[in-house]
Design a protein around this ligand. Structure first.
Ligand code: SDX
Length: 392
């Protein structure tokens, strides 16, 4: 239905780019990946299927999916010398600092996939980034807890491999819990891509200069780290824990409404969604399911539920059209799986890598693409002549 996708001239004149990958209708709370609704993908597909869809535009056949998974699996190992990078960081370094550094350095190990003019090299770089992010992320976690790195295995699913490298230890066989594996895969799907958000726009802008794909993804990781963007999932759970009990919610609601207080409800509001973030709806249900199946009773979930209800019935939030976003419930699930809050944004970056890579490929393969050059509204002094220091 092309009618639905025709932009009005006003929007087109402000659009930063054209893209066929993800469509968002902020007023209707619609999110489509290559035309497929996010709730259907989250419930029925796998992260590997969604990765193929984002990269190639169609859901894979069984044979295409098997070949894609085989290819990704065989890129999961990182150069052995990369592990020395970690030892240069303090043990208490924020894992996002490690991700920025290590991913940015990948181009110095994988010279055979940095020529952006070669479609074959672009595809290899894309596969390497998707495949190695779980390994690099798991190594960042292991380094922070002083445990040895585990090598990836080719007999596990994408999520299962990541869980084993993160929580497994050499002394015993790590058994992947299917409930946790399914929740992890769903979290990856829900964070895979989201149109021209700040970090994706950063990747596109960096890529438009011809920078190598590893450097572009490192730029995206740096942008995602901010608490207004991907860093909100870590901030949201820390906020829920700080609130602690339902009776303290009104105090935080009042702070969020106070113009003189910089505090904002983390996990609430969105640049585009002025209705429910469809991802938050899926995560809200998944939070209940996962905690029930794992037999975990985390008081944070009750605080989140009550906070959501109070905010959604408060005139300030209604008037400003503030709803829970993808970051409001994700931390409850990640915490139940066993991740510390510092790893939450790392997981967001791990999943978003496929979206960044798909968007980068879409831009780079457009023969008409030019270097990005945002313009400004100049608000400084009019032209004037220099005055020597003895006359100032
Ligand atoms: C992500 O772009 C994407 O697609 C991002 C993302 C993705 O998948 O890539 O969806 C992921 O980044 C989700 C957002 C995560 N961030 C947070 O949860 C942090 C808390 N939320 C905010 O800081 C805020 O809502 C933003 C940054 C997300 C949006 O900020 P804006 O652009 O200022 O929001 P707005 O213009 O719609 O705000 C309208 C009003 C403003 O007040 P006024 O200037 O009109 O007086 O609502 C206020 C805001 O100050 N407001 C909030 C609020 N969010 C907006 N007030 C209290 N608490 C909040 N959370």
């Amino acid at each position: 239905d092309t009618e639905m996708f025709t932009f009005d001239p006003g929007f087109t004149s402000t659009a930063s780019c054209e893209s066929a990958i993800t469509y968002i209708d902020g007023d209707q709370g619609v999110l489509l990946h290559r035309g497929y609704p996010i709730d259907q993908l989250a419930e029925k597909s796998s992260f590997m299927e969604v990765s193929y869809l984002l990269l190639h535009g169609e859901l894979p056949s069984k044979a295409e999916l098997e070949k894609f998974e085989y290819t990704i699996n065989r890129h999961t190992m990182v150069h052995e010398q990369l592990s020395t990078f970690y030892r240069g960081f303090r043990r208490d370094a924020h894992p996002m600092a490690i991700m920025c550094g290590v991913v940015g350095a990948l181009s110095s190990f994988y010279h055979d996939s940095t020529d952006i003019n070669d479609p074959k090299q672009r595809l290899i770089a894309s596969h390497r980034l998707i495949a190695k992010m779980p390994t690099i992320a798991a190594m960042a976690y292991k380094y922070s807890v002083g445990q040895p790195f585990l090598y990836p295995r080719n007999d596990l699913s994408y999520a299962g491999n990541f869980l084993r490298m993160t929580f497994g230890v050499p002394a015993e066989e790590y058994v992947v819990d299917p409930v946790v594996e399914d929740a992890m895969d769903k979290i990856f799907i829900l964070h895979a891509d989201h149109e021209q958000n700040a970090s994706t726009s950063t990747v596109r802008l960096a890529g438009s200069s011809g920078a190598n794909p590893f450097a572009c993804i490192a730029a995206g990781i740096a942008c995602l780290w901010g608490p207004a963007h991907g860093g909100a999932n870590e901030a949201a759970l820390n906020m829920l824990r700080e609130i602690g009990t339902v009776d303290r919610i009104p105090e935080y609601i009042a702070r969020a409404k106070n113009k003189d207080d910089p505090f904002r409800l983390m996990g609430f509001g969105h640049r585009v969604y002025k209705n429910f973030d469809p991802r938050a709806k899926v995560l809200s249900k998944a939070a209940t399911d996962v905690l029930e199946k794992l037999g975990i009773n985390d008081p944070v979930l009750e605080v989140a539920r009550e906070l959501e209800q109070i905010a959604l019935n408060d005139s300030y939030f209604i008037e400003k059209k503030l709803y829970p976003n993808v970051d409001f419930y994700s931390g409850v699930i990640l915490s139940a799986i066993g991740f510390p809050t510092e790893m939450f944004t790392v997981l967001f970056a791990l999943a978003r890598t496929v979206g960044w890579v798909a968007q980068w490929n879409e831009m780079i393969s457009d023969p008409g693409q030019k270097i990005g050059r945002p313009r400004q509204l100049y608000t400084g002094s009019a032209q004037r002549d220099y005055v020597s220091v003895d006359k100032r």
